[in-house]
Ligand binder design. Sequence first.
Ligand code: OFO
Length: 176
Amino acid sequence: MLTQPIQQALNKQIAMEAQSSQAYLAMASWAEIQPGLDGVTNFFYQQSDEERVHMLKLIRYVNERGGFAVVPALPQPNITFQSLKRVFEEFLRHEMAVSESINELVGLALQEKDFATHNFLQWYVSEQIEEEGLARMLNDKLELVGDDKGGIYLFDKDIMLFRANASPSGRVSSAG
Ligand code: OFO
């Protein structure tokens, strides 16, 4: 059985994963209407799906432990962006905030002596190391490319490859 503080914190995390999924869906939709950003578009559609999987894992866990997982209302995310660089800056900022939230949750699980939740959260800890690392790497690459159109073309072409390399086990299967 989950304690009240743990249940509340897990429900907060459910909302955060849902917001992540919406935010990345908006980035995918924005990228899709820009000329030539097919790779970035696919990247964010996939990223959005992954965040939904993260949310679902939490929902199933809360209910399995005798709690009640609350499906949250969501604010509208940013839907337009000044540039591709801004999109990826926001992606990194978002992932950093998620990592911080997961860290707080892990701390709370220890404080409440909820070792099952602590154990469950380790998957999220690893996932955040990977996602933050990927977001940082993509920001570095865009910094390098600057406004060079050829560079942006290659970035878009290779982005799914960068993602696959960031996770040797394969990102979609790692979410299960
Ligand atoms: Fe849910 O892992 Fe990123 O945000």
